[in-house]
Design a binder for this molecule. Structure first.
Ligand code: ATP
Ligand code: MG
Length: 253
């Protein structure tokens, strides 16, 4: 990728340095906001404490998320400036594998940034990218933050909202949507209100959901429904919090 930094792969902080550089490049390209830079720093701190790996409970959450996406009538992946900068190809691929729509949805919405993100996703292989029409509103939120596409997030029954702010996650839940949240902070309100909270780095979570979606592509509705029913969101949040507070021993079952 041309906007990739020249970091030696054997550097012990390789992944982290590449991640920071992608966010930096995102800001330069007008797709990531200054708020996004701060969110990245917060995320990194949690990832250190998690051990920079997918813990078993997050893997179970990723499997439940894949099952929700395969069961859904209209799954949508919501994309913000950090997600677009970090994992554009993975978003496109997950949409393909699960038949989901992609919609740009920003906390600090500007037409220009929505357009820049949609262009960036198309450069990485996306077909249709929603979010520019903005002809529907999420009830209970102020004007700019409520804007969504009527045939996109507004109509969705399952939404993947990575790195979403708590307010909007809550409002989407109140609309009756199933919400898959990817967030490194299990105490964040977005994670707390999710149907399926995946407490993991988006860099690891999206490929993992995709792997499960491929694995489950031949599964019956009954099997998928069983995976959804077995998933325990409270247990997943607790396991992640325990890992953060007490270290590596907490979540090995
Ligand atoms: P709230 O309690 O309202 O959710 P917040 O402090 O979580 O508030 P957000 O704007 O939602 O505010 O913060 C962004 C979230 O994204 C943070 O919880 C941060 O840990 C998380 N985050 C940042 N980078 C990543 C990443 N690469 N993968 C997953 N999560 C990330
Ligand atoms: Mg949050």
């Amino acid at each position: 990728m041309s906007d990739e930094v020249d970091v030696p792969e054997d550097h012990p902080r390789y992944q982290s340095l590449v991640t920071r550089h992608r966010i930096e490049a995102g800001v330069e390209k007008g797709i990531t906001s200054m708020q996004g830079l701060i969110a990245e720093g917060r995320g990194e701190a949690f990832d250190y404490l998690l051990g920079e790996e997918t813990i078993p409970s997050a893997d179970r959450a990723a499997r439940a998320a894949a099952a929700h996406f395969l069961l859904g009538d209209h799954p949508v992946i919501s994309v913000n400036g950090n997600v677009a900068a970090l994992v554009p190809e993975e978003v496109v691929e997950l949409a393909e594998v699960t038949g989901a729509d992609i919609e740009v949805n920003l906390f600090g919405r500007t037409e220009e940034r929505v357009r820049a993100i949609a262009d960036h996703l198309r450069e990485h292989g996306a077909g249709e990218v929603k979010g520019l029409t903005a002809d529907a509103r999420i009830p209970g939120l102020s004007h700019e933050r409520a804007k969504v596409d009527a045939d996109g997030i507004y109509d969705a029954d399952v939404v993947l909202v990575p790195l979403e702010d708590g307010d909007r996650a809550e409002a989407l839940g109140e609309m009756g949507k199933k919400e898959v949240v990817v967030d490194l902070n299990p105490l964040s309100r977005s994670a707390q209100v999710a149907t399926v909270p995946i407490i993991d780095n988006i860099l690891r979570a999206l490929p993992n959901v995709m792997r499960h979606a491929r694995d489950l592509s031949g599964a019956s509705r009954t099997e998928l429904e069983a995976i959804v029913a077995e998933f325990d969101r409270e247990a997943a949040l607790d396991a992640a919090e325990q890992r953060l507070r007490e270290g590596a021993v907490a979540d090995d079952e």
